[in-house]
Structure formats: structure tokens, C-alpha cells
Design a protein around this ligand. Structure first.
Ligand code: NAD
Ligand code: ZN
Length: 353
């Protein structure tokens, strides 16, 4: 199979390219080398792999890259929370206009198979249960609560403390920031494309992906990269809130494997269909645990819990990844302790840190 991997120079895309090639497939990388993700703009495709360095919003370059392609693995996106709202047009441009141009190109070229990098950010907060009211959906947390150290969301009906649980793919979407809104729109665009063209689309909603080749800390990187970069400078990781936020850390090689599994299974899917799959390790951990695991693996200073916060952050989000295991037979191979130990020693991208 010849697969166009958009964002193939990125953290996850590069591992997908590697996984595809080692499974005997052909990969074509399409990547703009965004400066937010590639501060030094250097990229060498793996030997034997073709790379198109262009922006997805360039319809001509997209059309050219789609020649002879059997399926598209769409990883390109501007990621992270960004600096401030001024970044919104660029997020929407890269993620949604870029996706629309790609899908229009696929429609014209007759490419009908698509795997798209989704995200658990589409859920907003995770699942919560109130002892009296069952499953409830707390609204965004108020600045005043966060500033006062009240980090846990409470029941919108009775104010009780809530128990966090696992989100399923059927939970309603509730994107809480610009990036999350663009990731949800990507899925809606993919779904419309599939219906219109008889295409087959799968979104893999990744959790917190970590591992070698993660970008260095920038406002566009993930929390594991912030901690890892601090430790490389021999500084203590700064943990926001009280460190008890729950996440699902999934290793980048497991995410790459989920993509190859999903791509090879597309042929069995119904035409005109779209489906989303949570892609997580299934083992929730707190941000504080992750910081400690990295600090001890690096032999660096212990993390410092700062009580700081970012309004766009959600408290807990962990999802049930059973559907991906049951329907596609994927299973994560890298455990938390081993993965964090490897990550502590691995180089980050865009620097020596
Ligand atoms: N890292 C995570 O924890 C995580 C979690 C959930 C979802 N995702 C999704 O996974 C995908 C890959 O993310 P990543 O962590 O590898 O990020 P990354 O920044 O390392 O990779 C994204 C790549 O896309 C490229 N790109 C962005 N906009 C483009 C455009 N308009 N045209 C061409 N190329 C463009 C960038 O240059 C970059 O190489 C993204 O879609 C992201 O939303 C990542
Ligand atoms: Zn209640």
C-alpha cells in the first residue's frame, strides 16, 4: 500500500512512516515543517521515502502528492494550546482549511481511504459521576475556583464532589479551546467527505502521546515534553494545579501501530462510513506521577507542584480504548514505567535537550 502521511515529519507522523515502511508499505511524507514544530526547519526523510515539503493549503502540491496513493494518514496539524487567541486563525487554517483542501484533493483523485489523527480533546472534560445524579457534565472551571486551589469540577446540579471515570467514543463532544475545536471540525469534515464520496474514514482519538522525538518545550508542545526539557536543564519539573490531574499517557510507537492497523483494516469498512476510536494505554496516571517517573529516571530534581493553572486545561480526561482493541485487535505494548524510562533518556526534537 502507498500511503500519504501528512505531518509525516512530525513527532507521531515520523513513527508512523517508520512503522509503515517496516511493514513493507510505501510512505510519502507531506509536511510544511511549521516553525512552531520545527524551529530549525531540518528534516531528513528516512532512506527510500519520498517527502513533499509543502503546506496542505496548497491544493496543487496536495494534488501532486496524491498521485498513485492508496490511502491517506492525516497527521498534519498545529498542536498544543498556543500562545494566545491571536493563534486562532493559524490553528483553523492549518487544521481545518488544510483538512478541507486535502479531502477535496482526495475526492478529485479518487483516494477513498483515510485515517485521521483525532484527539481526546474533543471530549473536553472526561466522564464524571455524582453519587446522587449519576453521570453529569461539569461546565468549564471558573478562574476564581482555580485561583483558590479548587481544581476538582463539581456536580452542576448539587455541587457534590465527582468521581472521574472513563470516556467512551459515544460521549458528547465539548471542545474547550481553539485547538480542540479544530480537531473536532477535522472529524466532521472527514465524516462529510466519506458520505459524499463513498470514502472510508477512521479517526484515532489519541490521548497524551509521549516518546522519543517529541518536540522540545514550546507553547505548542505537550506536558511530557515540558517536564523532560526542564530535567534536561537540571531544573525541577513545574507541575500545575495539585498534580492530581488524570491523563492516559500512550507511547508513540503504540500510536504508530494503531495507525498501521487502522490503515490496513480500512478495506473491510463500509463505504461512506466514519468511526472514531479512543487510542490510549488504558492505564490512567496523574500528571504528578508522570513528572516523578521522569525525574527519577533522569536522576533529576523532584517535581515542584506550583498550584499554577491554565484556563483551557481540563481536570481529568481518560478514556476507554476497548473499542480499538476489540474491533481492530490493537493492543498497546509499552508500559508506563518502561516508556517513561526510555523517554527520560531519549533526545527531543529541535534541540539537544
Ligand atoms: N502529541 C499528542 O499528544 C497528540 C494527542 C492527540 C492528537 N494529536 C494529533 O496527532 C497529530 C500529530 O501530532 P504531533 O504530536 O506529531 O505534532 P507535531 O507538531 O510533531 O507534528 C505535526 C506536523 O504537521 C505539520 N503541519 C502542521 N500544519 C501543516 C500544514 N498546514 N501543512 C503541512 N504540514 C503541516 C507540522 O510541520 C508537523 O511536522 C496531530 O494531528 C495532533 O493533533 C497529538
Ligand atoms: Zn449531583
Amino acid at each position: 500500500m502507498r500511503v500519504l502521511v501528512t505531518g509525516g515529519a512530525g513527532f507521531i507522523g515520523a513513527q508512523i512512516v517508520r512503522a509503515l515502511v517496516s511493514a513493507g508499505h510505501e510512505a510519502v511524507v507531506f509536511d510544511a515543517l511549521l516553525s512552531t514544530a520545527h524551529p530549525d526547519a531540518s528534516y531528513q526523510p528516512p532512506p527510500g521515502t519520498q517527502a513533499v515539503i509543502a503546506d496542505l493549503r496548497d491544493a496543487e502540491r496536495v494534488a501532486g502528492a496524491l498521485t498513485g496513493v492508496d490511502a491517506v494518514c492525516h497527521q498534519a496539524a498545529m498542536v498544543g494550546l498556543g500562545k494566545d487567541f491571536a493563534d486562532a486563525p493559524e490553528y483553523v487554517g492549518c487544521n481545518d482549511l488544510g483538512t478541507a483542501v486535502l479531502l477535496a484533493g482526495m475526492a478529485a483523485a479518487g483516494v477513498r481511504d483515510l485515517v485521521v489523527a483525532g484527539s481526546m480533546v474533543v471530549y473536553g472534560e472526561g466522564r464524571y459521576d455524582c453519587p446522587r445524579h449519576g453521570t453529569v457534565r461539569p461546565g468549564p472551571r471558573a478562574d476564581a475556583d482555580l485561583a483558590a486551589g479548587r481544581f476538582e469540577p463539581y456536580c452542576p446540579r448539587c455541587g457534590a464532589e465527582l468521581l472521574p471515570g472513563l470516556v467512551s467514543e459515544d460521549a458528547p463532544a465539548d471542545p474547550r479551546n481553539v485547538y480542540a475545536a479544530t480537531k473536532l471540525a477535522q472529524e466532521h469534515l472527514a465524516s462529510s467527505w466519506a458520505r459524499d464520496t463513498g470514502g472510508r474514514a477512521v479517526s484515532l482519538r489519541y490521548h497524551n502521546v509521549y516518546g522519543p522525538g517529541m518536540p522540545r518545550d514550546t507553547p505548542y508542545a505537550g506536558v511530557a515534553s515540558f517536564f523532560r526539557s526542564s530535567l534536561a536543564r537540571d531544573e525541577a519539573p513545574q507541575v500545575f494545579e495539585d498534580g492530581a490531574q488524570r491523563r492516559d499517557f500512550v507511547h508513540v510507537r503504540d500510536v504508530a501501530a494503531a495507525n498501521t492497523v487502522a490503515l490496513t483494516a480500512l478495506g473491510d469498512r463500509r463505504r461512506g462510513s466514519f468511526a472514531a476510536y479512543n487510542t490510549g494505554s488504558g492505564e490512567p496516571h496523574t500528571i504528578g506521577e508522570m513528572a516523578s517517573a521522569l525525574a527519577s529516571a533522569c536522576g533529576g530534581p523532584d517535581p515542584v507542584v506550583t498550584g499554577g493553572y491554565r484556563l483551557g486545561d481540563v481536570r481529568h480526561v481518560t478514556a476507554d480504548s476497548r473499542r480499538l482493541r476489540d474491533e481492530l485487535g490493537w493492543k498497546p505494548e509499552v508500559g508506563f514505567a518502561d516508556g517513561m524510562a526510555e523517554f527520560a533518556a531519549a533526545p527531543l526534537r529541535g534541540g539537544t535537550a
